[in-house]
Design a protein around this ligand. Sequence first.
Ligand code: SF4
Length: 80
Amino acid sequence: MAKVKVTVDRDQCIGCGVAPTVCPQVFVLGSDNGKNRVVDKFSTNLTESISEGELPEDLYECAAQAASSCPVSAIRVQKL
Ligand code: SF4
């Protein structure tokens, strides 16, 4: 099954909370700096500046919807 790569530019993120509201299966505001991040279950890399993860394909639409809802275009979602 194809995987989906998701990247959050946490420097761009303004912590508005839309991403975790639109797609809570994938995104959560981090307790470190209040910026969006990929949930632990799918996280592959997490720093203050970036969060990356790999998702199963069935979460593509959810993550993509959050990406298109982000006011600062901080989320990138791509099928691998
Ligand atoms: S929608 Fe964009 S700015 Fe808002 S929390 Fe998600 S990544 Fe951050």
